[in-house]
Design a binder for this molecule. Structure first.
Ligand code: PRP
Length: 200
């Protein structure tokens, strides 16, 4: 079992952590299950995983190790926050588009977290215009309490409460994406944070 002292000390963020919400073992166990399920569901299909940067990258690389169906990966970068913005503007911007033609193919979007749903809604609307055979979503974390737009989630790792989380791809002012567990930020550390109403 992961302990706060045993893990956070290595990552230099122990003073920022209130508690570990999802330990490494639980994350990896669930991701292996998701990979098995996806492999069954997409057997014999032309699968393209679309990873939403930057947060989704750690999830993608672990998930694809458990997907036994031959597949491609591609990346999109989308941001709902202006540079240096303290609050969500609600405006979604495409920073980098796909290189792959997804027409007629089975597309699975891989996201780290769904919060308001605005980012995903935007991506889904955009990708549907490109005529994929199917378009589904795999989200590691579902922060349902903050949903503003209903979005269909086909695979979900964990439903989480309305707390600020970071780690495992999710940043804290762009840092600590590398820690291998999902942590809750301490209330005191919220002060001075670049975007307190933001993610994770
Ligand atoms: C985060 C996250 C999702 C999105 C979810 O990305 O990775 O893409 O926000 O929020 P929403 O449901 O309220 O739209 P962010 O804009 O923080 O960029 P990042 O992944 O590069 O950190």
């Amino acid at each position: 079992m992961e302990t706060l002292v045993g893990t956070s000390t290595r990552w230099g963020c122990e003073h920022l952590i209130d508690r570990i919400l999802i330990p490494t073992e639980a994350l990896q166990r669930r991701i292996a299950e998701l990979g098995r399920q996806i492999s069954q569901d997409y057997a014999g299909k032309d699968l393209v995983l679309v990873c939403v940067l930057k947060g989704g990258v750690m999830f993608l690389t672990d998930l694809m190790r458990h997907i036994t169906v031959p597949h491609e990966v591609d990346f999109m970068a989308i941001s709902s926050y202006g540079a240096g913005a303290r609050y969500s503007t609600g405006v979604v911007r495409i920073l980098m588009d796909l290189q792959t033609n997804i027409e007629g193919r089975h597309v699975l979007i891989v996201e780290d977290i769904v919060d308001s749903g605005r980012t995903l809604d935007h991506i889904l609307r955009l990708l549907w215009t490109r005529n994929p055979a199917t378009l589904r979503v795999c989200a590691l974390l579902d922060k349902k309490a903050r949903r503003e737009i209903a979005v269909p989630l086909d695979y979900v790792g964990f439903e989480i409460p309305n707390v600020f989380v970071f780690g495992y791809g999710l940043d804290l002012d762009e840092k600590f994406r590398n820690i291998p567990f999902v942590a809750v930020l301490r209330a005191e550390a919220m002060e001075g944070l670049e975007r307190p109403e933001g993610l994770g």
